[in-house]
Design a protein around this ligand. Structure first.
Ligand code: AKG
Ligand code: FE2
Length: 214
């Protein structure tokens, strides 16, 4: 009878399996080299092209308050990626994200139906204060996915760490993650508070997005 349950086109993927094991175990996963150096170059060039074309907007927080308060919370500039108008780099990006999503849905029944992703540029001196990614009363966000697009010369002294605030048996613990090129950090949007520390030097480049239900 066992063949009844076989899915002939299913191939186990060790990297995605690690993501799932991490999420089940501790609600976040860090995957280095999720994107290859060449892929990061393509995506960074795509980001920089749009940034130079001035298509980025100052990010907002929740319902618009005033600009001054926003600057005290987050200082990044963002540009939403439209999947219907994707360029080659973005096509490659979504292929990879879609395989992860399909894998999660097939193996964990996560029910991810939608996604939204934006480029982000944090200029020198900016940060994003501690927050949960559900501030817009949007409980459809299941997983937050952050992909770093800095180049190989990115130095740890540039700052801009992503700090995750984790619960270790009732005691808060900080996990500091550097925005290294090709690295992807995935975490449960409803659970993990986090912040982007001050960017001390250089521009910090990334794509951030959410896998969503309904
Ligand atoms: O860039 C990062 O490391 C995290 C960004 C973030 O928390 C957000 O955009 O909500
Ligand atoms: Fe966030």
């Amino acid at each position: 009878m066992s063949e009844l349950f076989e899915q002939l086109d299913f191939v186990e993927d060790p990297l995605f399996e690690k993501v799932i094991a991490d999420i089940l175990d501790r609600h976040y996963s860090v995957v280095d080299n999720f994107f290859s150096a060449e892929e990061v170059d393509l995506l960074r060039n795509s980001l920089l092209q749009k940034y130079e074309d001035d298509r980025f907007k100052k990010s907002a927080v929740g319902n618009r308050t005033n600009e001054f308060i926003e600057k005290q919370i987050r200082g990044d500039f963002i540009h939403w990626i439209n999947e219907n108008e994707k360029n080659d780099a973005e096509q490659l990006f979504f292929n990879r994200i879609n395989s992860l999503t399909d894998y999660l849905n097939r193996t964990c029944f996560m029910g991810i139906l939608h996604k939204e992703f934006h480029y982000a540029v944090y200029p020198e001196g900016t940060f994003y204060r501690r927050h949960l990614d559900t501030f817009q009363n949007d409980d459809r966000r299941v997983l937050s996915v952050v992909c770093y697009l800095n180049d190989e010369s990115w130095d740890l002294k540039n700052g801009g760490e992503l700090t995750l605030y984790l619960d270790n048996d009732g005691k808060e613990e900080e996990m500091n993650l550097y925005p290294l090129p090709g690295r992807v950090v995935i975490f449960e949007s409803q659970l993990i508070e986090h912040e982007v520390k001050h960017v001390i030097a250089s521009e910090r480049l990334s794509i951030t997005g959410w896998l969503k239900t309904r």
